[in-house]
Write a protein that binds this ligand. Structure first.
Ligand code: GLY
Length: 363
């Protein structure tokens, strides 16, 4: 692959969440000189806050190019994780646990069945569970649930563990990792990029902006003209972590805006909420109480249990239904942000696309 010895790096990547870190790791694996910069620490924001559901059936109602992208990404997950494990030497919990969307009334079940039929035409497999089948698969679910739709292909990944391993894999592959280092501007042309990292100016053949909710705060010029980036902004979510016996929740349980899933060691995550509250990191006790009530209504075993931990994350929202992924005009700048609720799910496909495009541009 052609290198640019006149630059400090082949690629600078701004933002070390699951998207930026996976792109950095993959490009370094392909023998490019990569700088990964993050304003805080690698994986310290939305990626680590994520519950780690890999759940097209919970997130997409009908066919769309983004759903195809998500299905492709889910199909890639096992290999993606295996490659990061191999490079980092660290295990990553990834399990095809499946997911169950439960119904409490017949009307609700009918509408879940209609939705699932449409989803099946779009490539999301599912089956309908009778009440007995539901309770056999998920004995902790409230006893008056009358049926469910079962998404057998869905999986979960420990997003925090994935980020720890990705950071280690980046270092093992020779990525230069600069933490506590904010990039404030990028000047891109058809042939190069220059980034301002703190008070240092870095020249790289290509640049990627993958700074989640912070992305559009970076000043960009293309061929010396200001380029307004598609807006990014945070949509805060609260999550609660409970300790339950390992193996007590085999499949992710969902109902309306509530979900509960369990890691292999019994740590069980309940979510979530959606607040348009800017970058306010305050944990709101009322929202925590509301999630606790919703989660324990689904799984009565949670009633009376205190969460072991409570945290928030900033989902990286953008104004379009799909994330901003791809090259800006024919400059050397790529965007990879705005994955909103699905950054962890979409990471393998985003990484593939951006790395393919950057590699082709360098040839
Ligand atoms: N992907 C689940 C959530 O954003 O709450």
């Amino acid at each position: 692959m052609a290198r640019r010895p006149d630059t400090d790096y082949d690629v600078i990547i701004v933002g070390g969440g699951v998207i930026g870190a996976s792109i950095a790791w993959r490009l370094a694996r392909n023998h490019l000189r990569v700088l990964l910069a993050d304003a805080r620490a690698i994986g310290s924001e939305a990626s680590t806050a994520a519950a780690g559901m890999l759940a097209p059936g919970g997130e997409f109602d009908q066919p769309s190019p983004m759903l195809d992208f998500a299905i492709g990404s889910l199909g890639r997950y096992q290999n993606f994780v295996a490659e990061i494990e191999a490079d980092s030497g660290l295990p990553i919990e990834f399990r095809r646990t499946s997911a169950i969307q439960i119904a409490l009334t017949h009307t609700e079940l009918e509408s879940l069945i209609v939705r699932a039929a449409l989803q099946r035409t779009a490539g999301i497999p599912s089956t309908v569970l009778t009440k007995d089948q539901l309770h056999a698969l998920a004995p902790l679910v409230r006893s008056d649930a009358i049926g469910a739709v079962h998404y057998a292909n869905e999986a979960i990944v420990d997003a925090a563990g994935l980020m720890t391993a990705l950071r280690a894999a980046c270092l093992a592959r020779g990525v230069t990792v600069e933490e506590q280092s904010r990039v404030t501007s990028i000047a891109a042309t058809r042939t190069s990029t220059r980034a301002l990292l703190g008070d240092k100016s870095i020249d790289a053949a290509s640049a990627v902006i993958s700074a989640g909710a912070w992305s559009s705060g970076i000043n960009v010029t293309i061929d010396h003209h200001p380029y307004p980036l598609p807006r990014s902004y945070p949509m805060k979510g609260h999550l609660l972590g409970y300790r339950l016996p390992a193996g007590s929740i085999a499949a992710t349980i969902r109902h309306d805006h509530t979900y509960v899933l369990q890691r292999a060691d019994g740590f069980s995550i309940a979510g979530s909420s959606t607040e348009d509250a800017g970058f306010d990191r305050t944990i709101d006790p009322k929202i925590v109480a509301d999630i606790a009530v919703r989660a324990s209504s689904l799984l009565p075993a949670l009633r009376g249990l205190q969460p072991e931990s409570v945290w928030i994350g900033f989902r990286p929202a953008t104004d379009t239904p799909a994330p901003n992924i791809g090259r800006v005009h024919s400059s050397r700048l790529w965007l990879a942000y705005g994955h909103y609720r699905n950054g962890v799910l979409l990471a393998p496909a985003t990484c593939d696309q951006v790395c393919r495009e950057i590699s082709a541009a360098l040839e």
